[in-house]
Ligand binder design. Structure first.
Ligand code: NAD
Length: 437
């Protein structure tokens, strides 16, 4: 099959590389000259474990290539995926569909024979209908079917998520498109990944409902964590205790500094806006969004409280910046808000992240970037763990205690055991547990 992926970011590049790995002929298109040139030099512009090897292998086999030009590849394609960004629109929080519609018009202009155009980007309910209207009115001579096929991969585990998904949701009522989409995913189907066909609007909503549910689950355990701190319970044990119930499940029950990243914040907000527009407000998700927004700043206050209520002039070491480990993505990372609160309090903030520092430079205020945890901890009056990278799990606490000015650890991911921290002589401030004295 000849597949074209429009947009070669976290989703487009992973999806394109994996589809090539299944044996399809894939061309990944992007508007960014910098990105395409880097890819053609064999460099991968994002950090995603395992991606570089898959790209190299499939380029060498001739199944995967990159292009700045959209028209040429699209003219010969069977299926064209739209995987461009759908960020929050400035001002009102709706999904900004400018890139999607621009790509759709360019695709329609280039299409020759029957072609399936698939929205892999996360798009609000009705976007497929609008694309279809554009095609019908502006390109009436073209034979195109519009399909929704939302992506559920997680950054940091994107390759295995794409290759071993829990389900593949495909929204279409068109028989020819159904056959072609079956063909695209046949290799996965053979692996018994369930293909779930439904109407296009239902498919569009499934993506938002899934993300909103997960964001709500995280927010739920975060509020339980706050309660635990007041009543002297342990949120990790509560999470385990409820997670053993199969109706609840043990995933997404890790209390922390609030959800962030390129999807949950914008998708929850977009769902809230869609629901309001249709006169069917989703109060649960409105509240989830509000709680999560407040929580990030509150985590800054938690750090200040751990420093006896004052961080002015104090060196604070922040470990981890990205919204989760194993990615370099800084979009809507809680670290941004937490660090801003510390800067507002007058702290001298030093930071370290294994992969995210380049991206962080574009979004953080005046902080100092260090080379490793020990460098930034030297002379610090608190360490704040914001992202649970594996390399932070086994630090040399004896050395840290010697090099810090005050032995304080604010552990926003609960990666250290309170008893151990106490043994090393640290004042340890976890999430959702009574603090060790
Ligand atoms: P991204 O910003 O990393 O990539 C988007 C790419 O599209 C950019 O490289 C941009 O240059 C390119 N682009 C924009 N307009 C273009 C055009 N007209 N022609 C060619 N290229 C164009 O975004 P992403 O994180 O990959 O997300 C893409 C979509 O997938 C979003 O809707 C997002 O919500 C959804 N999604 C993301 C994730 C994730 O974990 N990142 C997971 C599931 C779904």
């Amino acid at each position: 099959m000849r597949i074209v992926m429009i947009g070669s970011g976290y989703v487009g590049l992973v999806s394109g590389a994996c589809l090539a790995d299944f044996g399809h002929e894939v061309i990944c298109v992007d508007k960014s000259t910098e990105k395409v040139e880097a890819l053609e030099r064999g460099e991968v512009p994002i950090f995603e474990p395992g991606l570089e090897a898959i790209i190299a292998h499939n380029r060498a086999s001739g199944r995967l290539s990159f292009s700045l030009d959209l028209a040429g590849p699209v003219a010969n394609a069977d299926v064209v995926f739209i995987a461009v960004g759908t960020p929050s629109r400035r001002g009102d929080g709706h999904a900004d569909l400018t890139y999607v519609y621009a790509a759709a018009r360019e695709i329609a202009a280039a299409v020759t024979g029957f072609t399936v155009v698939v929205t892999k980007s996360t798009v609000p309910v009705g976007t497929g209908d609008e694309i279809e209207r554009i095609f019908r009115e502006e390109f009436p001579e073209k034979d195109i079917a519009v399909v929704s096929n939302p992506e559920f991969l997680r950054e940091g585990a994107a390759i295995s998520d794409f290759k071993r998904p829990d389900r593949i949701v495909i929204g279409t009522g068109d028989e020819r498109a159904t056959e072609l989409m079956r063909e695209v995913y046949r290799p996965l189907y053979l692996n018994e990944a369930p293909l779930y066909f439904c109407e296009r609007r239902t498919s569009e909503l499934i993506k938002y409902a899934a993300n909103a549910f997960l964001a709500m689950k995280i927010t739920f355990i975060n509020e339980i964590a706050d309660l635990c701190e007041h009543i002297g319970a342990d949120v990790q044990k509560v999470a385990k205790g409820i997670g053993m119930d199969k109706r609840i499940g043990d995933k997404f029950l890790h209390a922390g500094p609030g959800y962030g990243g390129s999807c949950f914040p914008k998708d929850t907000l977009a769902l809230v806006k869609t629901a309001q527009d249709f006169g069917s407000p989703m109060r649960l998700i409105e509240t989830t969004v509000a709680i999560n927004d407040n929580r990030k700043r509150a985590m800054g206050r938690k750090v200040i409280a751990a420093c006896d209520g004052n961080v002015r002039g104090k060196k604070i070491a922040v470990l981890g910046l990205t919204f989760k480990p194993n990615t370099d993505d800084m979009r809507d990372a809680p670290a941004i808000t937490i660090i801003q609160a510390l800067l507002d309090g007058g702290a001298d903030v030093h930071v370290f992240d294994p992969e995210g520092m380049e991206a962080a430079k574009a979004v953080l205020g005046p902080v100092t970037y260090g080379k490793n945890p020990y460098e930034i901890a030297t002379g610090a009056e608190a360490i704040v763990v914001v992202t649970e990278w594996d390399e932070f799990r086994a630090l040399d606490f004896r050395r840290l205690k010697q090099e810090m000015k005050a032995p304080v650890i604010v552990d926003l991911r609960n990666i250290y055991k309170p008893e151990e921290m106490e043994k090393y002589g640290f004042a340890h401030f976890p999430i959702g547990k009574r603090k060790a004295k």
